[in-house]
Design a protein around this ligand. Sequence first.
Ligand code: ADP
Ligand code: MG
Length: 352
Amino acid sequence: FDMFVLAFVERLFRPTFRKDDFVVGKKLGEGSFGVVYKVSLSKKRSNEEGEYVLKKATEYGAVEIWMNERVRRACGNSCADFVYGFLDKSSKKGPEYWLLWKYEGESTLAGLMQSKEFPYNVETIILGKVQDLPKGLERENKIIQTIMRQLLFALDGLHSTGIIHRDVKPQNIIFSEGSRSFKIIDLGAAADLRVGINYIPKEFLLDPRYAAPEQYIMSTQTPSAPSAPVAAALSPVLWQMNLPDRFDIYSIGLIFLQMAFPSLRSDSNLIQFNRQLKRCDYDLTAWRKLVEPRASADLRRGFELVDLDGGIGWELLTSMVRYKARQRISAKAALAHPYFDRQGLLALSVMQ
Ligand code: ADP
Ligand code: MG
């Protein structure tokens, strides 16, 4: 059966929405390209259930709808459940794209990491109950390992589909209460290499806190986006040559680092870390040599955590946070890394 026919039929039978189907609630976020609200259905659709998230986006919304449709079909479990997207021409501010997702829950990884209870607060939401066990490094490592596995699993889904996210950060990771696992959100900066969509838009600014050192996803020897059919034929080759997916791996590596080192969770300390790492030519081992001799108790505790089980966590961390993209591990290879050999939280083995 033809893929396109299948996609069309699937689209035809999904519910559609209009502007006046919604009652707009609390604002959840505001970026440079749109505003995000929690919404519920209005009276005329009161026979339907559920809470939704609405993003009113600028001209970039068209690409974001396209990306979400593609993810929905190819790797639906990686990202928040996309429901519908349309263009609203009636706004006085000019045309706006409306994007709709299922409301996955109130917790982003950023919010969870800010809590003093992290990572135990995550253990509680994953397992759905408080574990009455003594706290300690081993248990924290197990929770962090479980989170990392979920993040890499979601990212591998995107990368296997040919999509690079380019804005992976704790603010763009949501805990889905339905599936009791983390999902990636915000495909506003994503690129699909296989069809050449959103191929390095020059105006886009990457988040400097989590961005890998390379300025551009593809090497500068690939000067401009080829036309779609050419890109479709060439991009698997380009993918191999330039490994653009490793841009996201660097960001995930920084999240791993922040989870293991409480002192690096604040924005200001992350920015300071980035400066130190740059001075060490992005060599994490050199950074360790620099800071470890005069490390605070907090920092030392982080090293202790990644040094558990013969330093297998540190090994994984240093294989993700590297200057050269081609030397960084892929999401798929990371999932097979011995760091994940040990049993994580029980819920995970039940879920997956
Ligand atoms: P932007 O960063 O462009 O403002 P995001 O897509 O990242 O837009 O969404 C902003 C915020 O809205 C997120 O950080 C999250 O708190 C919340 N959010 C987005 N999508 C969902 C969802 N499906 N379920 C629950 N909350 C969401
Ligand atoms: Mg965001």
